[in-house]
Design a protein around this ligand. Structure first.
Ligand SMILES: Nc1ncnc2c1ncn2[C@@H]1O[C@H](COP(=O)(O)OP(=O)(O)O)[C@@H](O)[C@H]1O
Ligand SMILES: N[C@@H](CCC(=O)OP(=O)(O)O)C(=O)O
Length: 377
C-alpha cells in the first residue's frame, strides 16, 4: 500500500468511527497510589465528547494496581505478583466506580470487561469477547477493558495494556488506536536524555524502530514503558490501523486529528482480525515439526498442516491451544491453533487422510492445524 502523509493519517484518526483508547496507570493516579479524579474526569470528558458525537469508543484502562496499593497500605507499587493481584482486585473496583460516576455525568453507561491472554486464545472465547464488545457498542455503552490481573498467571500475563489495546483494536475492527501516557510524544530517545527530540510522524513503525532509542517506564506505577507502546503501534500498523501516541491531557486534540503527539501510519491493509489475534496474542504451548513438503505448503500461505507432513510433536497442549509450526531445521514458520491434543498426535503422524479415517476413525480425518487457524510468522 502507498504510505499516507501525516495529514491523511491525522484525518483518518479524526474521522474514525470506532476508536480504541488506551490510558496508562501514570496518567490516572498520583505517585502515592491514589486515583487522581481530576485527570480521570478530564479524560472522560474528552471520550464522552467523541461518544456523544456518534463515535464508538472502547477504553482500555490500566491503573487497577496503582489505584489499589495505597488503599491496601503499601507505600509503593508492590513487586510481588500475589500482592499486585490483590491490589488489582481492590483497585479495579475503585477505578470502575470513578469511571461509572464520571461517564454518568454525560448520561453514558460503561461496561467492564476483564481479559486474560488465555481466555482469548480459544476460538469460542475470542468470539464471545468480540460479540460482547460489539453488543455493548451497539447499545451505546463504553466498554472499559483491563487485563484480569487477579487471575492471569504471571508467565503469560500481558503485564502492560499496550499490546492488549492493539489486539482489542483488531477485535472491534477499530479505525484508530490512541495510546495515552505520561509523555507527550515518542522521542528519539527517552525524554530525560539530553538532545532527545519529539517525533511527530512515523510513516513506518517497523523501520523507524531501528533509529529510535526506546526505554522502559519513566514512572513508578507504569509498566512496559515505550517498548510495549511501540509494539502496540506496530501491531496496529500491520493490522491496517493508524495510531497516535500522546499524553492523556492531549486526548481531545489527538482524537480531533490535531498535530499533537506522534502519529503512526498503517503499513498494511487490514487482515482477518482473528488470524491477527492468533499471531500476536496466542502463546504457543508446543511445536509441530513439518517435513520439507509440508513446510513449503505452509509457507505458501494457503494450506492446512496435515498429519502426513508432520514428523514430530513437542510439548504438551490441548486441542485449541496455540502451537509453533517449525521446519526440520527449527525455524518458526507459522503459529496456529492445534486441532488435537498433543497426546493424540503421535499415532497420526505421517498418515494421509484416508489412512487416518481407516485406522483411527472419522474424527481423526482432519488437519492438525486448519488453514483458517494458521498465521505465518
Ligand atoms: N523514546 C522515548 N520516547 C518517549 N518516552 C520514552 C522513550 N523511551 C522511554 N520512554 C518512557 O516511557 C514512559 C511511558 O511508559 P509507561 O511509564 O509504561 O507509561 P504508562 O503507564 O502510560 O503505560 C515515559 O514516561 C518515558 O519516560
Ligand atoms: N492491568 C494493570 C496494568 C499494569 C500497568 O501499569 O500498565 P501501564 O500503566 O499501561 O503500563 C493495572 O491495571 O494495574
Amino acid at each position: 500500500m502507498n504510505t499516507p502523509s501525516q495529514t491523511q493519517v491525522r484525518r483518518a484518526i479524526a474521522e474514525a468511527q470506532t476508536i480504541v483508547v488506551k490510558v496508562g496507570s501514570s496518567s490516572l493516579t498520583e505517585p502515592s497510589g491514589h486515583l487522581d479524579p481530576e485527570r480521570l474526569n478530564a479524560l472522560v470528558a474528552a471520550l464522552a465528547r467523541v461518544r456523544l458525537m456518534g463515535g464508538r469508543v472502547v477504553l482500555v484502562s490500566s491503573g487497577a494496581i496503582a489505584a489499589g496499593f495505597g488503599s491496601l497500605g503499601f507505600d509503593a507499587r508492590p513487586t510481588d505478583v500475589a500482592d499486585q493481584q490483590a491490589c488489582a482486585a481492590v483497585g479495579q473496583g475503585l477505578l470502575m466506580a470513578q469511571y461509572e460516576a464520571a461517564f454518568a455525568q454525560y448520561g453514558l453507561r460503561v461496561g467492564q470487561i476483564l481479559i486474560t491472554v488465555s481466555d482469548t486464545i480459544a476460538p469460542q472465547q475470542y468470539r464471545n469477547v468480540r460479540r460482547t464488545l460489539e453488543r455493548l457498542l451497539d447499545l451505546g455503552a463504553v466498554p472499559i477493558i483491563n487485563e484480569n490481573d487477579s487471575l492471569a498467571s504471571n508467565e503469560i500475563r500481558f503485564g502492560d495494556n499496550d499490546r492488549l489495546s492493539a489486539l482489542i483494536a483488531n477485535i472491534v475492527v477499530a479505525d484508530a488506536l490512541v495510546l495515552l501516557t505520561d509523555v507527550d510524544a515518542l522521542y528519539t530517545a527517552p525524554p530525560n536524555e539530553p538532545g532527545s527530540r519529539r517525533i511527530a510522524y512515523v510513516p513506518n513503525v517497523e523501520t523507524a524502530l531501528e533509529r529510535v532509542q526506546v526505554g522502559g517506564t519513566g514512572s513508578n506505577v507504569g509498566t512496559g514503558g515505550m517498548v510495549t507502546k511501540m509494539e502496540a503501534a506496530r501491531v496496529a500498523a500491520v493490522s491496517g490501523i493508524p495510531s497516535v501516541l500522546t499524553c492523556a491531557a492531549n486526548a481531545g486534540p489527538a482524537m480531533m486529528g490535531d498535530p499533537v503527539g506522534t502519529a503512526f501510519a498503517p503499513i498494511h491493509d487490514r487482515g482477518s482480525s482473528r488470524r491477527l489475534w492468533i499471531g500476536f496474542a496466542a502463546h504457543p504451548f508446543g511445536t509441530l515439526v513439518a517435513d520439507a513438503g509440508a513446510a513449503a505448503a505452509v509457507r505458501g500461505g494457503a494450506a492446512s498442516l496435515l498429519a502426513a507432513g508432520v514428523v514430530e510433536v513437542k510439548g504438551e497442549f490441548a486441542a485449541g491451544d496455540a502451537v509453533w509450526i517449525d521446519d526440520e531445521a527449527g525455524n518458526h514458520l507459522a503459529k496456529g491453533l492445534a486441532g488435537f491434543d498433543s497426546e493424540e498426535i503421535p499415532q497420526m503422524l505421517g498418515r494421509n487422510t484416508a489412512q487416518l479415517r481407516r485406522f483411527l476413525g472419522e474424527e481423526y480425518a482432519h488437519p492438525l492445524v486448519h488453514r483458517d487457524n494458521l498465521v505465518l510468522v
